[in-house]
Design a protein around this ligand. Structure first.
Ligand SMILES: Cc1cc2nc3c(=O)[nH]c(=O)nc-3n(C[C@H](O)[C@H](O)[C@H](O)COP(=O)(O)OP(=O)(O)OC[C@H]3O[C@@H](n4cnc5c(N)ncnc54)[C@H](O)[C@@H]3O)c2cc1C
Length: 491
């Protein structure tokens, strides 16, 4: 064998070998320092960490070990946290072991699906991260119109596997978002006005609760939990699989962007509000107001019509004829292509911040205010609008934990930037902008909330809050699952 080949094969072998596995990492660390639920310090015995590792099929990663740094990354670069342990779960059996370990040691516990939490709740410093990301897979029963999704799967997988059968359910607008966090907190998307929230379409959940029990949850099995998991977020356990109801959806939708220059934005926004409030369920209209430091900017409407194309052409005729758009790209396109068209604009690792709220309508003064805030952004953030109503609102407010059923529109303020040195200035500008906008909103979407006080959270769940508290006391009295839109154990 030539020397070059030998080195080559040696490197390949080394790369395939866990170079710094658990044993080495523990040898350096001895007992493992960690954080408790109460915020205190604890030393975990090396032997008990080894026992957890031995009980899992997936990897248990420790600081300094191979794969640890990659596994601790989350989508929002603002959160650079170092869990004491990362349990890379490969199935419900690993999740049960990790939950039992976390509870037994009263460890600060984070749960991760796709890692897209805006507020960085799916990681922690010094605790255990129960990572469901290795749990990937989607099986579709086209006849029964059901999708069975493993909890670590991303939305792109759900869309792709269902659309091949001409089926779909509501999923979010960026395909690298995790299905778990999105669904448990609600789940809005381009099909939501037709089929309701992603969580409205869940027929069953498999979950490991805080006491380490595995439960299959449906309308008739553990119905209280079935109610709470549809909008109550990660408060009640680690979901390991979802069963979604699917609907026939033509793989080609009528979609694209209509864009007006900033000088026409006031009129175009007024027209947008009129159209969004009156739109048929098949029509989703997403607005975006983007301004640059040089004072230029655009108001963009992303159109998605998911019904019959001829009816769609008719439904969007007035919108296309409005004013003098800079561009109009609306035409037939694949739904899965539309669902990933925004992926590049929201890459992993940038610093992100967001605020949002729901509205019943927007009057003239509201439009002026939104425009004024957008003009003050100087390129540091942009504003988004989305149409709600439709099937979102046809579910009673107390039918699921998700409470914001009567909203007609949604307003979001979002910024993303690379250089951490800009963070203070950007955050100040975004908080100031939102302070002006918040009074025209009522309630907010938990899944896109950057930060929310417990009083705001309580008000946001409205009449559902007390029932959620009772459920939390029943299924997670220790508040093991607290890194989320947290429901307290006592009111
Ligand atoms: C680029 C981008 C686009 C988005 N677009 C939309 C959209 O169109 N519609 C929409 O509704 N939302 C949207 N969101 C918000 C999204 O719903 C939330 O960020 C959601 O938390 C993402 O889920 P995840 O699994 O990736 O999150 P993670 O960060 O992994 O988890 C967030 C939280 O969910 C809980 N959780 C995660 N996995 C589990 C599990 N297996 N069991 C129990 N609890 C769990 C935990 O409490 C965790 O803290 C978007 C977010 C981003 C970043």
């Amino acid at each position: 064998m030539k020397r070059r080949d030998f080195i080559g094969s040696g490197l390949a072998l080394a790369a395939a070998w866990p170079m710094r596995g658990l044993a080495e990492a523990l040898k350096d660390l001895g007992d493992l320092p960690a954080k408790t639920l109460a915020g205190g310090d604890v030393m975990l015995r090396g032997s008990s960490v080894e026992a957890l590792s031995a009980s899992m099929r997936g990897d248990l990663l420790l600081p300094g070990g191979t794969g640890y740094d990659a596994a601790r990354r989350v989508w929002n670069g603002m959160f650079d946290k170092r869990p004491a342990l990362i349990a890379r779960c490969t199935g419900a059996a690993d999740v049960i072991e990790a939950v039992n370990f976390a509870r037994a040691h009263q460890l600060l516990t984070a749960v991760r699906g796709g890692g897209h939490s805006f507020s960085g709740k799916s990681t922690c410093d010094g605790g255990i991260l129960i990572d469901t990301a290795p749990m990937q897979g989607c099986r579709v029963d086209a006849e029964a119109k059901r999708a069975y999704l493993e909890a670590g799967s991303l939305l792109g997988q759900l869309d792709r596997e269902t659309q091949v059968f001409g089926l779909a359910t509501t999923a979010g607008t960026v395909s690298h978002t995790g299905a778990a966090g999105l669904t448990l907190g609600g789940g809005t998307g381009r099909l939501g006005r037709r089929f309701g929230l992603a969580c409205d379409n869940v027929v069953s959940f498999d979950i490991v609760t805080a006491d380490g029990r595995f439960l299959h949850v449906t309308e008739s099995e553990h119905p209280d939990l079935y109610w709470g998991l549809r909008g109550g977020g990660g408060n009640f356990g680690v979901v390991t699989a979802f069963e979604y109801r699917l609907h026939p959806v033509d793989p080609v939708v009528l979609a694209g962007d209509i864009t007006w220059p900033l000088v026409q934005a006031r009129d175009a926004m007024r027209f947008y509000v009129e159209q969004a409030l009156a739109a048929p369920d098949e029509l989703n209209l997403g607005g975006a107001l983007v301004t640059s430091p040089d004072g230029t900017g655009v108001f963009n409407i992303e159109v998605c019509w998911s019904g019959d194309h001829a009816q769609g052409e008719e439904a969007i005729k007035a919108l296309r004829a409005f004013g003098k758009p800079l561009k109009d790209t609306v035409g037939p396109m694949k739904y899965v292509a539309l669902q990933s068209a925004g992926d590049g604009g929201t890459p992993w690792g940038l610093n992100y911040y967001a605020k949002n709220g729901f509205l019943s309508s927007i009057d003239e003064a509201g439009i002026d205010l939104i425009l004024d805030v957008a003009k003050s952004a100087n390129g540091r953030f942009f504003l988004l609008l989305d149409s709600m109503g439709g099937a979102y609102s046809r579910v009673a407010q107390n039918a699921t934990a998700y409470a914001n059923r009567d909203a007609a529109l949604w307003l979001g303020l979002i910024g993303g930037w690379k250089d951490p040195a800009e963070s203070d200035e950007r955050l100040a500008a975004m908080r100031a902008g939102w302070k002006r906008l918040e009074p025209i909103t009522a309630g907010f979407y938990n899944n896109l909330a950057g930060e929310a006080s417990s009083a705001a959270l309580r008000a946001n769940f409205g009449g559902n809050f007390d029932r959620l508290v009772a459920l939390k006391a029943k299924y997670d009295p220790l508040n093991l699952f607290r890194l989320n839109a947290n429901i307290p154990v006592k009111a």
